[in-house]
Ligand binder design. Structure first.
Ligand SMILES: [Zn+2]
Length: 451
């Protein structure tokens, strides 16, 4: 049996999400427990486990009178049969295959009947967003005035598809993506239960591969346990198994494609990553982390060139971060995992990134006859990142077809002196002046002398 199912939490205390533990304890501490609950959130976060625990809490007969907790005993016949899914008064209904009006009408009739033996008949409707509008309307009538012996637990991954009228009748519990600590708690419980030996760093890597899902984390750990064959699982074992060691190379290559606005190259990098079996959400996370480092470097004005030598303006970083965030959300539900990221690249190349407004007087210096402005506009058409570097530069002199630029950062000077960049600049200058222009660059730190 899969680890995730074997190690399903059986009590509120065992739930790995701190927020859900707290909210469930407070849910049962009220005098009149709500009769309809809506559990929402992504897959693999324990909604079904929580639903079963709720069913056990309301029906457990083995809890001692002086018990300090409302958690179920998991020993009485009610608890045992609810855990195994065989209890007659706790019905789990799949909303996707019982979505029509007839099924819900049928349910409404059965709801009226008293439970066979339980204190409360519990209806757990999974994937409730799949119900038709008519079925939702029929369900709403029951939710408005439910018989006292009934409790409804509706579960869905798509809250936005649940009508507001249904939502307003339910106590809503929203499951959020698991934090690293929560994932570690869950993985640690499973590893101990299975007698799996795993390095602390390796466990952390598994948590990062789980992408906020308890179920995914359990799956990764299960696979690793299988391959490790009772040996201790090390970080390098995890990296080899999930091919994450080359990740930074892929990340740099892709960011360089963004900087160069090279769709073809970017698509190749993405395809290579897909072939390596890298999870796209994990890939986007790593890209975002690197972009975050670039942002911090830019803000702190350390301006050290990062490994692959690409540079972005603040506006470009901002835009790219927003694009990546949206792709990250979409990837989970996309039928083609890499499509959202590919579309980010296309969108990036097609859009016009706004210029960075600098408040630094040296950077904002108006160049002669606005030649620099024209140059930036020209260069932007073929390469945004060089345009970004130019925006941070100024014209020192422009005489007899000799253009001297100054830049406050050494790595911008290196970038502008790059052979390929020089030819782009030369062509742009020629387009503007109609003649060849010789371009040189001086590194002049702010308030300092030229170097
Ligand atoms: Zn019990």
């Amino acid at each position: 049996m899969a680890f995730y199912r074997t190690y399903r939490p059986q009590t509120i205390a065992q739930l790995d999400s701190e927020y859900i533990r707290e909210i469930l304890y407070s849910f049962f501490s009220t005098k009149k427990t709500p009769q309809s609950v809506l559990l929402t959130g992504p897959k693999g976060l324990g909604k079904t486990s929580a639903a079963r625990i709720i069913a056990k809490v309301v029906n457990c007969t083995g809890r001692r009178k002086d018990a300090k907790t409302i958690d179920p005993c998991n020993k009485c016949s009610e608890c045992v049969s609810i855990s195994s899914g065989s209890y007659l008064d706790v019905l789990e209904i799949d909303g996707a295959s019982n979505r029509g009006i007839d099924e819900i009408r049928d349910l409404r009739e059965k709801v009226k009947l008293s439970p066979a033996s339980a204190q409360k008949k519990v209806y757990i409707i999974d994937e409730v967003h799949m119900l038709t509008t008519e079925a939702f309307n029929a369900l709403l009538k029951t939710l408005e005035e439910p018989p006292t012996h009934v409790m409804f637990i509706l579960c869905t991954t798509e809250l936005q598809k649940v009508p507001a009228t249904i939502l307003s009748r339910c106590f809503h519990i929203s499951f959020e993506v698991a934090t690293e600590d929560e994932l570690l708690r869950s993985l640690d419980r499973i590893a101990k239960g299975e007698g799996i030996k795993i390095e602390k760093e390796a466990l952390k890597k598994v948590a990062s591969l789980a992408l906020g899902s308890f179920r995914d984390g359990a799956k990764v750990l299960e696979e690793l346990g299988f391959f490790a064959k009772k040996k201790q699982i090390t970080l390098s074992m995890v990296e080899a198994q999930y091919r994450v060691s080359h990740m930074q190379m892929f990340v740099n290559d892709l960011l360089a494609s963004f900087a160069q606005k090279d769709v073809q190259k970017g698509f190749l990098v993405i395809q290579k990553t897909v072939k390596q079996g890298v999870d796209m959400r994990y890939f986007i996370e790593e890209i975002t982390k690197t972009l975050h480092r670039v942002l911090l470097e830019s803000v702190e004005k350390k301006q050290t060139p990062i490994e692959s030598g690409f540079s972005f303006t603040l506006a470009e970083i901002q835009t790219l971060a927003v694009f990546l965030d949206s792709a990250y959300q979409k990837t989970k539900y996309s039928p083609i995992q890499e499509l959202p990221l590919e579309l980010v690249l296309v969108q990036w190349v097609r859009q016009d990134v706004p210029a960075v407004q600098s408040s630094d007087p040296q950077l904002a210096q108006i160049p002669p006859k606005d030649f620099l402005g024209k140059l930036i506009e020209k260069v932007k058409l073929s390469n945004h990142s060089i345009a970004g570097v130019l925006r941070g530069s100024a014209i020192d002199s422009f005489e007899k077809n000799k253009l001297v630029l100054t830049t406050p950062y050494a790595f911008h000077k290196d970038r502008l002196e790059d052979k390929q960049v020089q030819s782009i600049l030369a062509k742009a200058c020629e387009d503007i002046c109609g003649t060849r222009v010789n371009i040189s660059v001086i590194h002049r730190p702010k308030g300092g002398e030229a170097i």
